[in-house]
Ligand binder design. Structure first.
Ligand SMILES: NC(=O)c1ccc[n+]([C@@H]2O[C@H](COP(=O)([O-])OP(=O)(O)OC[C@H]3O[C@@H](n4cnc5c(N)ncnc54)[C@H](O)[C@@H]3O)[C@@H](O)[C@H]2O)c1
Length: 259
């Protein structure tokens, strides 16, 4: 499926990123891994801190040109400081993606790991517009404080993922002239090292979700979906949000609309 392709995977050292790397390799891709933690799982590895603009810019300069895909998987959970959540999950991801566009091959695909946590974007449009206006030169700490993102409850994480879903939609056609498409994948709770952070932050809400679900997802449920989004079969998917959540988003929608 990916024979002869080169695909960049961020967050490659753990969880969904590591499994995505394995799946892509098994399907013939050469994988270039990026993470703040070292790993030898990928064919080539670049260490970078995606919360740091100078590290991101150095990475953009160093990565080889001509990659056919970019999987933006790296992310931090809601237990991390709000500023770090906004930087890694949204602001850094965008800087890396936009900075790499000219180096990607024509017809490349971009897959962003969003989340079921991004489901409620339509209920917070103004806050999301403000979040999407942030870059590394903004007062990110001030934004987090003004919006209560540093309070318990994990709003920083929800907002980062809502904005990522919106940003993906907004860029449905941005690179269409070069055949580059971008989509996001929104998993429900997945059994990786950060699952306990979600359960801790969300408390009772998460317990309710886990009771309704037959099981949490595993990285093996998500990696093939990421691979699909990076493949030729997903060429006409543009700006889409692919839910892979054991039915949770459908369950929420049916509940919301009394269906
Ligand atoms: N696990 C879940 O329940 C779940 C659900 C929905 C979405 N997601 C999303 O899936 C993605 C992967 O999560 P996971 O569950 O595999 O988590 P994980 O902790 O297993 O993996 C995340 C990886 O990102 C890397 N990373 C974090 N901050 C970084 C930084 N500043 N610079 C470079 N690398 C950094 C980590 O080192 C780690 O290898 C994240 O974006 C997460 O938000 C996870």
């Amino acid at each position: 499926m990916h024979n002869g392709k080169t695909i960049i995977v961020t967050g490659v050292a753990s969880g969904i990123g590591a499994e995505t790397c394995k799946v892509l390799k098994s399907q013939g891709a050469t994988v270039i891994g990026v993470d703040r933690n070292e790993t030898d799982i990928a064919d080539q590895f670049f260490k970078a801190d995606l919360s740091d603009p100078s590290s991101i810019d150095a990475l953009i300069d160093t990565l080889p040109a001509g990659a056919d895909g970019l999987a933006n998987v790296a992310g931090v959970p809601p237990t991390a400081p709000a500023e770090a959540v906004m930087k890694v999950n949204l602001i850094g991801l965008r800087r890396l993606t936009v900075g790499l566009i000219t180096k990607l091959a024509d017809n490349a695909s971009i897959a962003n790991l969003a989340s079921l946590a991004g489901f409620g974007w339509a209920s917070a449009i103004e806050q999301n517009k403000a979040a999407l206006a942030l870059d590394f030169d903004s007062d990110i700490a001030g934004f987090c404080a003004e919006n209560g993102l540093d309070q318990p409850g994990g709003r920083s994480y929800f907002l980062s993922k809502e904005s990522l879903v919106i940003w993906t939609m907004q860029n449905r056609w941005t690179w269409r002239d070069r055949g580059i498409n971008m989509n996001c994948i929104s998993p429900g709770p997945v059994d990786t090292p950060i699952l306990k952070d979600f359960l801790e932050t969300l408390g009772e809400r998460a317990e309710e979700d886990m009771k309704v679900m037959d099981r949490p997802g595993t990285p093996r449920d998500i990696a093939p979906v990421v691979s699909f989004a990076l493949g030729a079969g997903a060429n006409w998917l543009r700006g889409a949000n692919i839910t892979s959540d054991g039915g949770m988003s459908s369950h929420i929608l049916c509940g919301m609309h009394d269906l």
